[in-house]
Design a protein around this ligand. Structure first.
Ligand code: G6P
Length: 533
């Protein structure tokens, strides 16, 4: 049986019993801001995490605790920072946590994105180890712990923590409420011990994370790196057969769960008028009816944006027949721009785009179009659908959901995905044109393939990639995680299911044992796939 929203709903209801689901992620799924006319509007932020988790919350219900980062966020919340979302049809609660600019500076820009982000990505960017940032990080983790404890209201809860912003949170929660069940998913890669253990607070981070009942990563490789770090840095017992760590009377299971997207969202975002939206973008930027290669990223130095621009330059030198024959459109959402490395990158991309356009462009044709602004998913999906190809050239990426989104947008079975071998997605989307982004010639060959691949070959590859994402979707990811950690949720009667008239009363104390065997089988198959068997 495939995974759907309905199946996840059922698994959540039976696995959670009466326990409340509390998700913690730094980034909120909906940001309220003031439009130029002073009205309050809301947007969805850029970045794969929120896009992936929002449908899960819509299926499971509960509370999402996040930093309230929009300038109009306070205008729509109740006194304790709560607001129902999605804003147009609320079905779960967003609890906003307020941070001062100094806290944001030390915790978010400093420790999370100036230290842990470069520490975990193999991109040769030097992490900054600043005791002041670390202090802010510790304090903000405590602030989030307080908010979670308030939301749990002393009752049973499963706290599902996201990412590298909250390495200390699980331990803080367990110290206050040992009965809470906590799982954490690390959305970025985990480095090997040689790299990770240079961090002055490596032991605190590892100990904090081992407060979790379950620690999830995208790949077995990341799990192995994590276990090696734990093994070298801490007093503990590692059960390598069961992938579990025993420390101070607590067991943490460490397993891979490759994240994905909701394939149904593509139809929703595309709607009936995607072609009109794509047409408007084409007119606005003078793209005519030429084939497009698109890139969609936050402007982040892990994404390999300069590398793909150099590959565009190389392709134009090596294949002069392609001059005037296509556009490369880079949607680059501004990101973390208080950090110098991010500002420098934006300047570099602007400079490279201008240089390439000067060198190769003509009066009526500019090869590179850099759209350095936030774009809503409706426009992004219209571009995916309209493009000849999409390029994802990350230098290192835990998964990369742009690759999977592009595939879900192509119900026409056309379009070529050029994908970096250094993404988690490359392990699943093996029918993409795979390329090493550090190798400009290989990436240029990938772009050339995207512009020249025969339709039959595109269809053959796209069909297989679509089948993979359809099957390994976000509901499966969440369902497998919930099934694993749900074993630790104390038995409590599930809340009554909402049922339509005449429907049979479910047995409230029955867990979804029918699913048990199927899930165990899938876990085994995933483990074998990830082990390369
Ligand atoms: C990555 C991280 C997420 C983050 C996203 C966007 O995907 O794993 O935790 O939300 O980037 O970055 P931002 O800093 O804007 O939240």
């Amino acid at each position: 049986m495939g995974w759907s929203k309905e199946r996840l709903e059922e698994v959540a209801r039976t696995r959670l019993g009466g326990a409340k689901l509390i998700v913690v992620a730094n980034r909120e799924p909906y940001i309220h801001r003031y439009a130029t006319d002073g009205a309050v509007e809301w947007i969805r932020p850029a970045g794969g995490l929120t896009t992936a988790l929002d449908p899960v919350m819509q299926a499971c219900g509960g509370v999402w605790v996040a930093h309230g980062s929009g300038d109009a966020d306070r205008a729509v919340t109740d006194p304790s920072g709560r607001v129902g979302v999605p804003p147009d049809d609320p079905n779960y609660v967003l609890r906003r946590v307020w941070l001062t600019p100094e806290q944001e500076d030390g915790y978010y820009y400093g420790a999370a994105n100036g230290m842990l982000w470069p520490l975990c990505h193999q991109v040769f960017a030097r992490p900054a180890f600043d005791p002041g940032h670390w202090d802010a990080y510790r304090r903000v983790n405590q602030t989030f712990a307080d908010a979670v404890l308030e939301e749990a209201q002393g009752g049973p809860a499963l706290v599902f923590i996201q990412d590298y912003h909250f390495a200390l949170l699980p331990r803080l929660l367990k110290a206050a409420r040992p009965d809470l069940v906590t799982a954490q998913f690390w959305h970025i890669p985990w480095p090997g011990p040689e790299k990770f253990l240079v961090c002055p607070w490596a032991r605190d981070i590892l100990d904090g994370l081992l407060g979790n009942d379950l620690m999830g990563f995208h790949t077995q490789h990341d799990c192995n790196h994590f276990l090696e770090c734990v093994d070298r840095a801490l007093e503990c017992r590692i059960d390598r057969e069961r992938f579990a760590v025993q420390r101070g009377g607590q067991a943490t299971t460490v397993k891979p769960f490759p994240i994905s997207v909701d394939p149904a969202l593509a139809d929703e975002y595309l709607g009936d008028d995607w072609a009109a939206r794509a047409g408007a973008i084409r007119r606005r930027h003078g793209l005519g009816d030429r084939p497009l290669i698109v890139g969609v990223d936050r402007v982040d130095y892990t994404k390999g944006i300069p590398e793909r621009l150099r590959a565009v330059d190389r392709v134009l030198h090596r294949h002069p027949e392609l001059r005037g024959g296509f556009h490369f459109v880079q949607v680059g959402a501004p990101s973390r721009s208080s950090i110098p490395a991010y500002r420098d990158l934006t300047a570099e991309v602007n400079g490279l785009a201008a240089r390439i356009n000067r060198e190769h462009g003509t009066a009526g044709w500019q090869p590179v179009v850099f759209l350095n602004a936030h774009h809503g998913p409706e426009d992004i999906f219209a571009l995916y659908r309209d493009a000849a190809g999409c390029v994802v050239s990350s230098l290192h990426d835990g998964m990369n959901l742009v690759a999977k989104e592009f595939v879900t947008a192509r119900a026409d079975d056309r379009g070529v995905l050029v994908l970096s071998t250094f993404t988690g997605a490359a392990r699943e989307l093996t029918d993409a044109v795979l390329a090493n982004p550090f190798d400009v010639d290989e990436l240029a060959d990938g772009l050339h393939a995207a512009l020249t691949m025969p339709a039959a070959e595109q269809e053959r590859r796209m069909r297989r990639m679509r089948a993979q994402v359809d099957d390994h979707n976000i509901y499966r990811w969440a369902g497998m995680l919930l099934s694993e950690v749900g074993k630790r949720v104390p038995d409590s009667p599930p809340p009554p299911a909402e049922k339509s008239e005449g429907e049979r009363e479910p047995n409230k104390n029955l867990r979804a044992y029918g699913d048990e065997e199927a899930i165990a089988r899938e876990t085994y198959v995933t483990a074998m796939q990830l082990a390369g068997a």
